[in-house]
Design a protein around this ligand. Structure first.
Ligand code: IVH
Length: 687
């Protein structure tokens, strides 16, 4: 390869890698496996090493991928937050050890640890209190997720001195870095819910963790079951000689530090540790994708230093993804609540990561074509963590002449209506929303589900009610009578009473959950919350234009169009009118009814913390006739700057000539007296 050819390939690799980085870090929806990604990066590194004149400072070999999002305030990292060099075999680990001993001799030890598969976090503690939590961001600047991190149960807000220590044992200020991860059980639960709601399931616990950590509504974090483990302490003049000593100290202050660590002296001991966890990891309640090997002595770490991307004192050994090879017996085409038709493979049962796999997702027609899938083929199955494992390829060398090319159906497997293809999403849909039994039942099941109206009833009940033509849409549930229920097979007085009581109770469900229960395509739990908080009631949402909808956190063009279409469908409006009649909540709590017109016609952007929560502040603004907006524009009336308001927002307000006011000034405008020292006392006076 000459320089010109190398240049072409280098540009191509950079573009693929940059795109993959964006899909991984920003969209939480990876397009390449870690292994494929690393192989492309290695190829780019090798080409750049051969042609150093082609290295540019923006090459992905020179920087870590970025997960920064505009919705969060951003702060620079005190120390760059780097990644780790990856190795895939023992000789590469040996090469790392050799490089290290060339620099620091032979009298050092290694700390071997699990490589937690989550999203990196940097916590700063000041005087024993959690001061700030930043994501990695682009390594130099991170997103401030402190409010969200406070909802993760094993991250202490304040440190605890071990019994008997006279003065505070921790440094006045220090950083401790680690990983926020989602244990398998929480991940399975979340994805089950997402699949039921026809939201895209997370590809793996790592994406689920980073997606959850960046939820705009921090109160939703607590339900996601996130956990934290910490593995790297930093600070000025820390009094420790080794990494192990620092982590042991942190553990005594109540910080979550993994005990699955070992100090190794030789490469053989490292190998043994890797071998042990390569098997044992399958029994861990969370995902690990490798082992991290670090030089343990802090002065030696300092001596070895860093490259632009990695420490020279640590390396990651990555485990290979587990695969199984099995026969594809047949394909089912399943219709979901929103009419999407998904191909699901039936497989010859095979053992994979400790479970027997019988079914695997084929995603869509495009994926089937991409892998050239034929019924009767031997296919590779991988468990990236999904509820249903995925098919990652075909073993063409095992193909026999009797394999059959599958035909994606052209009509709905349930109601026979001609399917519509959504090219952008590469999905086929049954358009018969109001008549396709699977879609109708799917919507009804969703409406009653726990995060929606939380009615005690399952699929079987919906089946029975639907088959007897007692319910056709959500409004019918509220018109059911006991005598109707007693006509159902197996129903007695008690079960009918219980069901009706649960239906009655569901009328208390708050507006955001009711909105979610309606089952508007793409409106998951988080989006429903954002919409409810932004507009305050259903009539305003129904009257919104696409532009209005696009101003809501989390709402992009596709979601906005789906919401708009939903509210321009007569049938949906009729159902909502009947649900309103039945007494369901279609507006935020009564306290959020309009109190005054003091802020009429004003658009306010909030930033920072107040004496009340940010959600409460937003509701207060709408209650007084104002509008909330997430970003500053010329149309913004005020930037309401609370404690720790974002510097970017302040700068933008200044540039656009938007007036900045504080909480006190706002309260004066609203004629509210606030004693800011005492939150408990102030709240009742607000509404
Ligand atoms: S130490 C200077 N230790 O893996 C880098 N990282 O792929 C210090 N990770 O960036 C990181 N488990 O986000 C370290 N036991 C562990 C880890 C770990 C997971 C993450 C971390 C790192 C990434 C590299």
């Amino acid at each position: 390869m000459n320089q010109a050819q190398a240049n072409i390939r280098i540009n191509e690799l950079r573009s693929i890698i940059n795109d993959a980085n964006r899909r991984y870090y920003v969209d939480n929806s990876p397009v390449l496996s870690d292994y494929d990604f690393d192989m492309l990066l290695k190829e780019l590194e090798a080409l750049e090493a051969a042609y150093p004149e082609l290295i540019t400072s923006d090459s992905p070999t020179q920087k870590v991928g970025s997960d920064r999002r505009k919705e969060f305030e951003q702060y620079p990292h005190k120390y760059p937050m780097l990644s780790l060099g990856n190795t895939y075999d023992i000789p590469e680990v040996e090469a790392f050890a050799e490089r290290a001993s060339k620099g620091i001799g032979n009298s050092f030890t290694y700390s071997c640890e699990l490589k937690f598969d989550g999203t990196a976090i940097c916590l700063t503690y000041r005087n024993g209190r959690l001061f700030r939590a930043l994501t990695r961001g682009d390594g130099a600047i991170g997103d401030d997720v402190t409010a969200n991190v406070r909802h993760i149960s094993n991250i202490p807000e304040t440190l605890h001195a071990p019994a008997g220590s006279a003065s505070a044992p921790w440094p006045e200020e220090f950083e401790i870095r680690g990983e926020i991860y989602m244990p398998w059980a929480a991940f399975d639960r979340l994805n089950e819910e997402r699949e039921r709601d026809e939201e895209q399931p997370f590809a793996n616990p790592r994406n689920a963790a980073s997606g959850s950590l960046k939820l705009i509504d921090s109160s939703m974090i607590a339900n996601r079951g996130l956990e934290c483990t910490l593995y790297h302490m930093l600070g000025e003049g820390l009094p420790y000689q080794t990494h192990d000593e620092a982590l042991k100290a942190a553990a005594t202050w109540g910080l979550p530090v993994s005990d699955k660590r070992k100090i190794c002296r030789t490469i053989e001991e490292i190998e043994e540790f890797i071998g042990y966890w390569d098997i044992e990891r399958k029994n861990l309640p969370f995902a690990t994708d490798g082992i991290v090997i670090k030089v343990n002595e802090l002065p030696y770490q300092e001596e070895l230093g860093y490259t632009a991307k990695f420490p020279r004192w640590a390396v990651a050994y990555k485990f290979k993804a587990e695969q199984a090879l099995t026969k594809l017996l047949s394909i089912d085409y399943q219709v979901g609540r929103t009419g999407a038709v998904t191909p699901v493979a039936n497989l010859e049962p095979v053992q994979l990561s400790g479970t027997v796999v019988k079914r695997a997702s084929l995603h869509n027609e495009e994926q089937m074509k991409l892998h050239d899938i034929h019924v009767g083929d031997f296919v590779y199955v991988e468990k990236g963590g999904e509820i249903i494992p995925k098919i990652t390829g075909v073993e063409l060398s095992m193909r026999t002449p009797d394999v059959v090319l599958p035909h994606f159906p052209e009509t709905c497997p349930d109601c026979g209506t001609t399917l519509i293809r959504d090219e952008e999403e590469a999905k086929s849909f049954c358009p018969n929303q109001s008549g396709c039994p699977t879609q109708i039942k799917g919507r009804l099941i969703h409406f009653l589900s726990r995060k929606a109206m939380n009615v005690i009833a399952g699929e079987a009940t919906v089946d029975q009610l639907f088959n007897k033509a007692l319910v056709w849409n959500a409004a019918d549930f509220y018109e059911l009578k006991k005598e109707h229920l007693l006509t159902l097979e197996g129903w007695k007085e008690r079960s009918a009473d219980r069901f009706l009581k649960s239906i009655e109770e569901s009328k208390k469900t708050t507006f955001d959950h009711v909105l979610y229960a309606l089952g508007i395509r793409y409106v998951g739990e988080a989006t429903a919350k954002s919409l409810a908080g932004h507009f305050g009631n259903i009539d305003t949402i129904a009257a919104s234009t696409i532009e209005d909808l696009l101003k809501v956190d989390d709402v992009g063009q596709v979601i906005a169009e789906s919401i708009y279409d939903y509210f321009h469908d007569e049938t949906n409006l009729e159902i909502i009118a009947r649900l309103k009649e039945s007494g369901l909540h279609f507006q935020m709590d009564e306290v959020q009814e309009k109190i005054s017109s003091a802020l009429e016609g004003m658009t306010i952007v909030i930033s920072g913390n107040y004496s009340i929560s940010r959600d409460e502040m937003k509701s207060l603004i709408t209650a007084h006739g104002g509008k909330n907006s997430g970003s500053i524009s010329k149309k913004t009336t005020y930037l309401l700057a609370g404690e720790k308001a974002g510097p970017e927002k302040l700068k933008k307000a200044e540039a656009l000539g938007v007036k900045v006011i504080g909480e006190k000034e706002l309260m004066e405008m609203l004629d509210i007296t606030v004693t800011t020292e005492d939150k408990e006392e102030t709240e009742p006076t607000l509404f």
